[in-house]
Design a protein around this ligand. Structure first.
Ligand code: ATP
Length: 199
């Protein structure tokens, strides 16, 4: 699934309508400290349904709306759009290109749009289910997470790869089954003891 474009308006430091085009291959975002590089990743997280202002490094959701500078008035709305190439049908929608938009107004009103049509957060989450994309997915790795991945402890690193590979749920189920087997073994031993006492 190829993310073709990111359109940002009024989100954090992006006061002007800004379009970031992602060609095939690797795209690097470079700039001085505080110039807004992390804000780009925050914008992607936000469209994908991030509900926690703290994760977006703010205190209230309205904090993400451009707050003005000495020279520029603050804005009343923030809008971010992700445009995906869907020629291969990775996303279950009959469109070769798919856009997902999130808007928020200072009044607190907020909305999601898929290809320009108003949708619920639920629909956006459903659209990306099982694609590896999502606010919790490993498609976005925050600065803090990099330390976890580079951790010298191989067991900790393994947990991250297991989560990414989707095997954690099977491991949990296996552990649960083993616990139940252990309990059953104990019960059997007790029954055998009782039988022996009775005979
Ligand atoms: P570093 O390299 O230090 O991590 P960075 O390039 O990742 O920096 P960001 O953290 O993305 O920078 O951007 C921080 C900038 O965004 C700050 O200058 C901050 O003032 C600005 N900013 C954040 N929220 C808003 C907002 N609501 N309105 C205007 N500017 C904002």
């Amino acid at each position: 699934l190829h993310l073709k474009r990111l359109e940002i308006y009024g989100f954090k430091s992006f006061a002007d309508r800004t379009e970031i085009v992602f060609e095939r291959g690797i795209t690097g975002v470079v700039g001085p400290n505080g110039s807004g590089k992390s804000n780009v990743a925050d914008a992607v997280r936000w469209v994908l349904g991030e509900q926690s202002a703290r994760t977006l490094r703010g205190t209230r959701m309205e904090d993400i709306i451009f707050n003005g500078t000495e020279k520029r008035k603050k804005l009343s709305m923030a809008e971010v759009t992700l445009v995906f190439d869907n020629v291969d049908g990775s996303l279950d929608m009959p469109y070769s290109e798919l856009s997902v938009t999130r808007r928020i107004y200072r009044s607190g009103e907020s909305e999601y749009l898929i290809n320009g049509n108003s949708r619920r957060l639920k629909d956006v989450v459903a659209l990306f289910q099982d694609t590896g994309i999502g606010k919790e997915g490993y498609s976005i790795i925050g600065q803090g997470r990099i330390g976890d991945i580079l951790t010298p402890k191989s067991e900790e690193r393994r947990v991250i790869f297991e989560e990414a590979a989707g095997v954690v749920k099977y491991k949990t189920r296996k552990e649960e089954a083993e616990r139940k087997l252990g309990q059953t073994d104990q019960n059997l031993i007790r029954i055998e003891d009782i039988l022996e006492e009775l005979s």
